[in-house]
Design a binder for this molecule. Sequence first.
Ligand code: NOJ
Length: 585
Amino acid sequence: MMLSHRVGRACHVLVLVLCLSAAEDFDWSANNHDSFYYGTFPNGFSWGAGSSAYQTEGAWDKDGKGLSIWDVFTHKKGKTFLNDTGDSSCEGYYRIKDDISLMKELNLNHYRFSISWPRIMPTGIRSDHVNEKGVKYYDALIDDLLEHNITPIVTLYHWDLPQVLQEKYGGWQNISMINYFNNFASLCFERYGDRVKHWITFNNPWSAAVEGYETGEHAPGLKLRGTGAYRAAHHIIKAHAKVWHTYDTQWRNKQRGMVGISLSGDWGEPVDITNQKDIEAAERYVQFYIGWFATPIFHGDYPQVMKDFIGRKSAQQGLGTSRLPTFSSQEKSYIKGTCDFLGVGHFTTRYITQKNFPSNRGSTYFSDRDIAELVDPRWPDPGSEWLYSVPWGFRRLLNFIKTQYGNPMIFITENGVSEKMLCTELCDDWRIQYYKDYINEMLKAIRDGVNVKGYTAWSLLDKFEWDEGYSERFGLYYVDFRNKNKPRYPKASVQFYKRIIKFNGFPNQREVENWKRKATETCSTSNQLLAAEEQRNTAANILRLIHDPLTSHMEMVTEVVVPTVCTLCILISAVFLMFLLRKRN
Ligand code: NOJ
């Protein structure tokens, strides 16, 4: 008895040691830039595309929907590029069938979308009112997807908190959000859980916390520097855990689904992989990003490095407690292990080095990290200012996740690239290149042993890009936002992605280059069609301009003014020339 007890204890210690060392064995010094790998993904690998409610649905005040913080934020002047709003966006609310036919064209296995909380609970509070019309919209979407053999992957929170909860309680600054969110999630499990088997509690909580409550670039636009993001994140993590437990105890047996969270993380590469200080700085960057959420969820508490840095800086500021909240031991065990799969959203990479930020100048989330971010000027950056294409960073991040969190099941929930163009360009060869290389690095990561089960291209359609309005287009399909019917046009990347899906990977160099050639061939025809359509629209817009106030048509005004001014210049020069010639004669 005693012996078996001792052996048991020894095994326990061994398992613990193995777990701890497993969490530490990411190799910072080996950045492998292997050449392109031709091969296929495991059988059953799921290919998809994604969207989110506020970014695509439109119908912001239709059929009983309540206001979200994004409705209110975008209706204030100066918050988004050109004061754009998601009021109508892609009109996805009315276009389920059309959009499913686009998914069919791509042959997608899954579609990731989010449920707008205020669409189905206008005030955010279940006992106030459930909006059956809103509930029906998602019912129809789910049914149609399933009818076409497309698996719905559903996000519960993609940043559109009901405005009432923000106004009454301060949104995610307030602990009461945990119960409200749990009630909302319960309604979704109740109404949709018979058909939805993949649930994502939160999308990119990093952004919701940092940009919503620290920098104020996103709704609700609060600038609570040094505390707001940590507090919001604390409540979000607890809310996630509560919803996972609700599913686990009340629904799992009956519905047999999975509940995860989608974390976004840029990769941080040490500027010098032989320099210990750079390695520590890069690790801090990643820990303050994805580790902030993943470490409590997989290990029960915040990363040690966050506790150390924020704690020390808070003390230097003369604060009695750390600005980073703490979990009680009960909370730690409640939160630990609340993830059936990990959603990963990834777009880009930074080089990182150490840089000290003295806390006497006031601390923020950013200065707490003591790092500087750098980019290589040779990295392509076709669209969003922050988005450099660095495919190898994707493989690094995936391997880091594998080693840190015990090789969890992963779904890539977002990956893609934008273009910064307001005019038409369907021949997006740079996007083809981005997808090709990033998907290939994911394939290499799977060969390294990372457990990736699915990939979601971000995004299906061009859509409202938060504070950037419509100026950054992430879609596989181009959306003509100036046309009230919001027609969709395939970009060349549709043809390319479609072939990756069909082949479940990359057959050989000749074939893959052929795909690229064919994709760019077809797009020039679509380009012409779209150009013709846009010309027609411009003509219609000119007529509208005569009646409408100028300010609401700033983009069109430039289109009309520039050619008009040019024509006038030419005419004036011609008259002037004639005048000169006459004078000479
Ligand atoms: C992450 C967000 O979840 C998504 O909504 C956004 O479109 C992409 N980042 C690109 O900025």
